[in-house]
Design a protein around this ligand. Structure first.
Ligand code: FAD
Length: 288
């Protein structure tokens, strides 16, 4: 099933993202995460793709296959064209098709200063067009409610997003954000620009001060005062911050669903307990 077919069924789609274990850990450590996630029955689970070369990215394929075939949950494999040239893309797509994985999140990827980028596809839209031409896959792409960090302004970012959708992206997943007003404004601009595919809101629960500061400096997400107060008060108290972070995420999601969002994509950070707490809290809200 292609991910885009999950939308418009009368309930808000809920999906989760996991990342492959570090190269130094056995791939089996992902089973602990997936065992926890299977009970909350996300509509699909996506698996990130690293900049660490073909061996690490074989793991993306392997984990997507496990989700699809052993857990019977639709899987979406991320694929970046800074880390994969045409030959690697062909190999990845063939492997995914062999494993019955039907969905790909087509990305450019972040440029790693220590790894020369592959140059067969300049932008995610080129990768989207290539995958569409090959056929058979549901194609998703990334979007940025506050604008992509490299983008000079939101207008050109949305113009390029429209090109990505016109090239064949059938569903979009957003970068994390903490202020719902940013997302609702972005959604309105997308609809005005003629982008009509389902757009899922990417939600990352704030669980640790250092990881959230790192993420914010990487992606440029703005921090509402409500969240800076939480970090100031609980930042050095991990248990308290975890509780406040989960409560903040649930509050954010309830408001997004009330505002009619198509779906919620939870960045789980491979922590199934946090995902379960959030999923259970929003179960009744999603069904309305
Ligand atoms: P693009 O859509 O190519 O956009 C990148 C920049 O180029 C933007 O500023 C855009 O406005 C601009 N642009 C696009 N087209 C053109 C054009 N024709 N001419 C000029 N400028 C143009 N990274 C990973 O490495 N692995 C992952 O698994 C991963 N998963 C992600 C999942 C989600 C949901 C999101 C939101 C991001 C993810 N990322 C991942 C990060 C992503 O790879 C980076 O944000 C990257 O910098 C941009 O990727 P993109 O696919 O959005 O690129």
């Amino acid at each position: 099933m292609h991910i885009s077919q999950l939308f418009g069924q009368g309930r808000t789609v809920f999906s989760c993202e996991v990342f492959p274990p570090k190269a130094t850990s056995p791939v089996d450590t992902i089973y602990r995460t997936l065992d926890g996630l299977k009970d909350i029955r996300p509509d699909f689970i996506s698996v990130t793709f690293g900049a660490g070369g073909s061996q690490v990215n074989q793991t993306t394929r392997e984990i997507a296959g496990i989700i699809q075939n052993q857990y019977h949950i639709p899987a979406m494999a991320h694929l970046t064209c800074v880390a994969a040239g045409r030959a690697e893309v062909d190999e990845m797509l063939a492997g995914l098709a062999e494993d019955g994985v039907e969905n790909v999140l087509a990305l450019r990827g972040d440029i790693n200063p220590n790894v020369p980028p592959k140059t067969d596809f300049a932008h995610a839209s080129d990768l989207v067009a290539y995958i569409r031409e090959k056929g058979g896959f549901g194609i998703s792409a990334a979007c940025y409610p506050e604008g992509h960090v490299e983008s000079p302004d939101l207008v050109s970012d949305i113009r390029h997003l429209k090109e990505k959708v016109d090239a064949g992206a059938q569903h979009l997943v957003s970068q994390l954000f903490f202020d719902n007003e940013d997302f609702f404004r972005f959604l309105e601009r997308c609809r005005i620009a003629g982008i009509s595919v389902p757009i899922e809101a990417g939600i990352m629960p704030v669980l640790s001060k250092s990881s959230i500061q790192r993420m914010v400096s990487l992606c440029g997400a703005s921090m509402p005062r409500k969240l800076t107060r939480i970090l100031a008060r609980y930042g050095d108290h991990p248990d308290a911050l975890r509780e406040a972070g989960i409560a903040y995420a649930i509050d954010q999601i309830s408001d997004l669903i009330a505002g009619g969002v198509d779906g919620i994509h939870l960045y789980t950070m491979n922590d199934p307990n946090v995902a379960r707490r959030i999923a259970e809290s929003i179960a009744a809200i999603r069904a309305v």
